[in-house]
Design a protein around this ligand. Structure first.
Ligand code: U5P
Length: 200
């Protein structure tokens, strides 16, 4: 129906905890390498910050990338607190259509299938049909995009959606301009956000 509010939920760091999964695996695989505490993460890409901070280690970038290129990394990501419950409630709300809009990594082999598996396992099989996989989220048509990445650009200069920034350690110090934030799925703010958008 034309009047439904179409909500696009990003996956990594909005539903699935990429940063925590990364940190734990990195510490396990490279216990002798230096690391960045999760609360000190700045900027979207983990690899960029590690390469900058630990440039004296020639292959630090490869070590970082190896973590998320590994089989089962995406599948085993823990849930962001409250995300799965909120997403399920959101999907049941009158006048709302929910989709998951997520970008795969370039080494897509495990990532692609494991994103589907994660959704199936944590949200349920009926959610698999709601997945939009794209590197260019401006091509996805919706009213609201909840995403932790601050810079979301692509082929369409003025996307249909309004971007609400989901708070993450890496974006807390980043200027988000006039955009709104959603800090978490646990304090109920998301319900107000949805009601605001439904009234437009
Ligand atoms: N990603 C990285 N490196 C990072 C953080 C995220 O490669 O440091 C990946 C995510 O796993 C995802 C993509 O595949 O970049 C960004 O997706 P999205 O959160 O914009 O959907």
């Amino acid at each position: 129906c034309e009047k439904k509010l179409r909500v696009l939920l990003d996956m990594d760091q909005v539903l699935a905890d990429f940063e925590l999964g990364f940190f734990q695996e990195y510490r396990k695989k490279f216990p002798d390498y230096p690391y960045i505490e999760m609360q000190d993460r700045v900027g979207f890409f983990v690899k960029d910050q590690y390469e900058k901070m630990f440039s004296y280690i020639p292959n630090i970038g490869n070590a970082v990338a190896k973590i998320y290129k590994t089989k089962k990394f995406f599948l085993n990501l823990p849930e962001i607190e409250g995300a799965v419950d909120a997403a399920k409630m959101l999907a049941k709300m009158e006048g709302v259509d929910v989709f998951i809009c997520t970008s795969p990594i370039e080494k897509y082999k495990y990532c692609l299938a494991e994103k589907y598996e994660w959704v199936d396992k944590h949200l349920g099989p009926e959610w698999v049909g709601r997945i939009i996989l794209t590197k260019d989220k401006t091509m996805a048509n919706g009213h609201l995009l909840i995403d932790d990445k601050v810079d979301i650009t692509g082929a369409i200069e003025r996307p249909s959606w309004e971007h609400v920034v989901f708070s993450a350690n890496h974006n807390m110090k980043t200027d988000i301009g006039k955009r709104r934030r959603l800090d978490n799925w646990t304090n109920g703010d998301w319900k107000e956000l949805i009601e605001d958008f439904k009234m437009r």
